[in-house]
Design a protein around this ligand. Structure first.
Ligand code: FES
Ligand SMILES: [Fe+2]
Length: 400
């Protein structure tokens, strides 16, 4: 082979060039990235004095709301390791008590304050479990998950999609005043990276080809798009702000495929439609002008362990008064949730779960054969490898 010959591509063999060296840290992040803000629950899911347990990137966390404020504390008792949220026991406003033997911890600092049946125990004041920073915004409880001594925690805005400014009709940002924010979350049976890579994938429209929302709105959705210009994918690297990338969908930067003559397939629909996708650390998607113009869909893929994530689907729109809010509720209940968040995104969930076996058991990260439109996926991997604030250790390496 001459020096400038390209090695042959053989999909059945191990690749001669291993492109994943360019993003090797990403491949280590099976359990997610640490030192990042993740959504834990909707505000409405933790009522006054309620305790709820969540797991984020292997951290078991109990959330308790007291006098309106949500506290986040390790959901593993220091004594024998049970989850306190399994049988919530709160005997004062300032503490949470383990239901088993009564170890009682301060909500603010996690210090062992007393033990129900051993109030003079020498362990009291000497033992603590960890607590987590919490921000409750836009009806969502966000928790900063990672190293306890990571300081200072970045602002929540650093881990959210950017504020859109380059659009004639910009979509609302989730932290704007007067926004409507509603959505769902559900368990995803795949690694979080497989899920995030599906969200902005410009080549996967085939799975949405016959979805109800597309047919019912006569939407002209192509077969897919491939980046063709140098600046087709914009890197977002704001000082102290979000880091990620945006697919700059326009006909100069992307080639849109409306027809495939080999198989006689043509895009259906007559209504022109424009949407744009961008994705940010630690794994949050923004789809502008979806499910209808002027609205935005946010998605988080919150790692639970190395095989599961929580899939968040949240719609954000402008809403100035109660009348608009009622109209938005009507649209959400009868259109957005059933047709966009369920029917349309059910296909994405199906695809992610279908990939899991390949990536988990069949060396998928090395055995995959990426094609031209996957430039977008590769760019995300490189950005994620470069800009993360640390890779989450699995629990057996991290302790409790
Ligand atoms: S396991 Fe929690 S007090 Fe014993
Ligand atoms: Fe999709």
């Amino acid at each position: 082979m001459k020096p400038d010959d390209k090695p042959p591509i053989d999909a059945t063999a191990r690749k001669p060039i291993v492109p994943n060296r360019l993003y090797a840290p990403y491949l280590e992040a099976s359990w997610g990235f640490k030192n990042a803000w993740y959504p834990a629950l909707f505000s409405s899911e933790v009522g006054e004095n309620e305790v709820k347990g969540v797991t984020i990137a292997s951290h078991d966390i109990a959330l308790r709301r007291v006098k309106g404020r949500v506290h986040a504390i390790q959901d593993r008792c220091a004594h024998r390791g049970v989850k306190m949220s399994l049988r919530p026991t709160c005997l004062t406003d300032e503490t949470i008590t383990c239901w088993y033997h009564g170890f009682t911890y301060g909500l603010n600092d996690g210090t062992l304050k007393t033990i129900v049946a051993s109030p003079d125990d020498p362990l009291i004041g000497q033992v603590r479990i960890r607590t987590y920073p919490v921000e409750e915004r836009a009806g969502i409880i966000f928790v900063f998950v990672g190293d306890e001594d990571y300081a200072p925690a970045p602002p929540l805005t650093a881990d959210l999609p950017i504020q859109i400014t380059d659009d004639a009709n910009p979509v609302a940002h989730i932290l704007d005043a007067h926004v409507y924010v509603r959505g769902i979350h559900r368990e995803g049976n795949s690694n979080w990276r497989i899920a995030v890579e599906n969200g902005f994938d410009p080549g996967h429209l085939l799975i949405h080809w016959d979805n109800v929302i597309v047919a019912a709105t006569d939407r002209r959705m192509g077969l897919g798009a491939r980046p063709i210009a140098e600046d087709a994918i914009k890197i977002i690297d704001e000082p102290n702000g979000p880091r990620g990338m945006m697919n700059m969908y326009n006909t100069r930067a992307y080639k849109f495929f409306m027809e495939n003559k080999v198989i006689g397939m043509k895009a259906r629909g007559k209504t022109p439609y424009y949407a744009r996708t961008s994705v940010y650390l630690p794994g949050v998607l923004l789809v502008e002008h979806w499910p209808v113009p002027g609205w935005a869909q946010y998605e988080w893929y919150v790692p639970t362990d190395d095989r599961h994530h929580v899939y968040w689907e949240v719609l954000v729109g402008h809403c100035r008064d109660d009348q608009e809010r009622r109209e938005a509720d009507y649209l959400y209940d009868h259109f957005f949730e059933p047709l966009a968040l369920r029917d349309f995104n059910d296909n994405d969930v199906f695809a992610r779960e279908a990939m899991q076996d390949f990536y988990e058991n069949r060396d998928g990260w090395n055995a995959e054969t990426l094609c031209a439109f996957d430039e977008s996926v590769i760019m995300w991997r490189k950005i994620a490898a470069r800009f993360n604030r640390g890779i989450q250790d699995p629990p057996h390496r991290r302790g409790r």
